[in-house]
Design a binder for this molecule. Structure first.
Ligand code: PMP
Length: 395
């Protein structure tokens, strides 16, 4: 039977750059010890107090269909949190609860783009972005950022690609680079969205993981609340990746239509998960600090290890659970380097090429194993890179 073009072309063809990841998983399944620094899964689990609330709520009967827009309690909780953090007036009518940030990304593009409109996104990018945009019927168009600019986007380069665009998707703190966009960058992006009449889809799922400075939500910039759809999630902030609970915050009219979309797609999020999320978001900062602290510590460890050598470069990482390492001095591509590191030292990292062309010659390291093993793995990676670089120099 013929399958739709939309579903068969989600990936856009070509290698998806995830071969190293799958190879590492196979090696582990075969019983080999592999140090895995690949995907963004925490090495801790959801806090017992959050699970206790999930259990209490389910036993109290919240196992039936929940309200499609989200429970009033969670919508109010998210609205209050966003208003406190950004100063932008926000009520439950600005909030739709979704099954995770991923569903929110898809719904936001459904709201912003008609079939054939261009959805812009920035390279390097989180792996699902182009497929999400195509899935919503739009044309996914990447705008390059540059390692030389520490992957801060350049508004002029975005403007050059903006013909036919209805939306621009950004992500700060950024996966895969760990970069946090500066106020200047975000102001320029906001200006261009207003000039070109674009929706800004702002993926802020890492907003509690900031190591330097503060998170700035572009919805708070002048004139942006009417054209920004913010994507949030419990996954990263509270180690609740499996609970599938996220949200979109945006203008009331957009949220009304998005609720209608949810009725015809996801039909909401389980009530006991939403109760657990409401509890987690109001239980004080300790819960999210407990999740963020190990990454903050490991990022400091990484800076120490990297400061002792000069082959591997570190893109200044101010947030999120990843580091982007520049291994171009080895003369290898990120993919060849990652494969060789896996074969030689059983350390798995993601090739930069998995995240687009802009991160070629880089590898992404997830800071998701315990401190000692993390520091040792980075040390080994640096020594390996130095050996490769001296071989390249001798050739
Ligand atoms: N955006 C980014 C940048 C991510 O890294 C992820 C998860 N890795 C998501 C969105 C989606 O997260 P979730 O669906 O678990 O909320």
């Amino acid at each position: 039977m013929k399958l739709s073009h939309r579903i068969t072309h989600l990936n856009g063809g070509g290698s998806d750059g995830w071969d190293v990841f799958y190879r590492a998983r196979r090696m582990i399944a075969e019983g080999q010890a592999v140090t895995e620094l690949t995907i963004g899964e925490h090495d801790i689990r959801t806090h017992p107090s959050i699970l206790a609330e999930m259990d209490r709520s389910a036993r109290a009967g919240h196992t039936g269909y929940a309200m499609v827009p989200g429970t009033d309690l969670l919508r109010d909780t998210v609205a209050a949190r966003v208003q406190t953090r950004t100063g932008v007036p926000t009520t439950r009518h600005n909030v739709l609860i979704t099954p995770g940030g991923q569903a929110a990304l898809y719904a936001a593009h459904m709201a912003a783009c008609d079939p054939g409109d261009v959805g812009l996104y920035l390279d390097p990018f989180y792996a699902t972005y182009p497929g999400t945009i195509r899935g919503a019927g739009a044309v996914a168009r990447a705008v390059q950022t540059r390692a030389e600019d520490a992957f801060q986007p350049d508004a002029a380069m975005i403007t050059e690609q903006a013909e036919g665009a209805a939306s621009l998707l950004i992500n700060t703190p950024n996966n895969p680079t760990g970069v946090v966009y500066s106020r200047e960058t975000l102001t320029e992006i906001a200006d261009l969205c207003r000039e070109r009449n674009l929706w800004l889809i702002s993926d802020e799922v890492y907003d509690t993981q900031i190591w330097d400075g503060a998170h700035l939500s572009p919805r708070a910039l002048p004139g942006m609340a009417d054209r920004t759809l913010v994507v949030g999630s419990m996954s990263k902030s509270h180690a609740m990746t499996g609970s599938r609970c996220g949200w979109i915050v945006g203008p009331e009219e957009a949220i009304e239509h998005l609720i209608n979309l949810a009725t015809h797609t996801t039909y909401g999020v389980p009530g006991f998960i939403q109760d657990a999320a409401s509890y987690a978001l109001t239980a004080g900062d300790e819960l999210e600090e407990e999740v963020a602290t190990p990454f903050r510590r490991r990022r400091a460890l990484a800076m120490q290890v990297l400061a002792r050598q000069n082959t591997v470069g570190l893109i200044p990482a101010q947030g999120a659970m990843y580091l982007m390492l520049d291994i171009r001095a080895t003369g290898q591509s990120g993919e060849d380097f990652a494969n060789a590191l896996l074969d030689t030292h059983a350390i798995a990292v993601m090739p930069g090429e998995s995240f687009g062309q802009a991160a070629a010659g880089h590898v992404r390291v997830a800071m998701t194993i315990d401190d000692d093993r993390f520091a040792a793995a980075l040390q080994t990676l640096c020594e390996f890179a130095a050996r490769l670089a001296s071989q390249t120099a001798a050739e």
